[in-house]
Design a protein around this ligand. Structure first.
Ligand code: HEC
Ligand code: HEC
Length: 155
């Protein structure tokens, strides 16, 4: 291998490190030292890795145009922190119901069966949060083009 391609690999490795570091730096880390399975997860697997949990959570933010605090309640002891396991924010409950709905729609109408987390993160679902929400909390439900008059069809 030439010196040139060695340098290229070195730069790529550096870039990769920077991307990893920055995404790590921006994801709030739950309490250190707590085993991952001590959580209040209902649809996601109890033993989900921190990386996968954050992938799901960040994707929810993008799908709805939300931030963490739009779904998660503030901590009762420290209002500067979020209590992620808490069920006090009704939006979290709605999101949980939506996760179950997504699982059902895909199973019943599109033959995509099995675990939510795997299907969701591998983009196996035909209908996902982004399909309806498209970056908004409230999906559009009005028809914005003129509806054709059925009498036109008869001719
Ligand atoms: C659209 C709503 C929504 C948004 C936005 C959201 N979350 Fe969540 N989060 C949930 C739901 C719902 C659960 C529970 C999932 C389950 O039970 O399977 C959850 C669970 C969690 C958990 C596990 C809590 C436990 O039981 O121990 C953590 C940690 C978490 N979220 C962090 C975040 C972070 C950090 C952000 C922002 C980057 C975020 N969430 C954004 C809805 C959301
Ligand atoms: C089939 C379409 C559809 C899909 C898929 C869908 N949603 Fe929704 N969602 C809706 C509709 C419609 C509403 C508004 C309901 C209303 O107005 O009462 C809504 C409302 C919500 C709300 C409450 C928003 C608010 O401000 O009141 C949350 C949170 C939410 N969805 C999260 C999710 C998440 C997370 C996913 C993916 C796991 C998801 N949704 C997938 C259609 C969908």
């Amino acid at each position: 291998m030439s010196n040139h391609s060695h340098r290229k690999i070195g730069v790529l490795a550096l870039l990769g490190g920077a991307v990893l570091f920055s995404s790590y730096a921006f994801s709030p880390v739950p309490e250190q030292g707590t085993p991952q399975h001590e959580n209040n997860l209902k649809v996601l697997p109890k033993d989900i890795s921190h990386t996968e949990l954050m992938q799901v959570m960040h994707s929810f933010e993008i799908a709805l145009g939300y931030s963490c605090e739009d779904c998660h309640a503030r901590s009762a002891t420290d209002p500067n922190k979020l209590d992620f396991a808490s069920e006090d924010n009704p939006k979290k409950g709605e999101a949980l119901e939506m996760m179950k709905m997504v699982q059902k729609i895909n199973e019943h109408s599109f033959e995509v069966k099995g675990d939510f987390k795997d299907n969701y993160l591998k983009s196996q679902y035909k209908v996902s949060c982004i399909t309806c929400h498209n970056g908004h909390a409230e999906p559009a439900h009005t028809i914005s083009i003129p509806i054709p008059d059925p009498r036109w069809e008869k001719k």
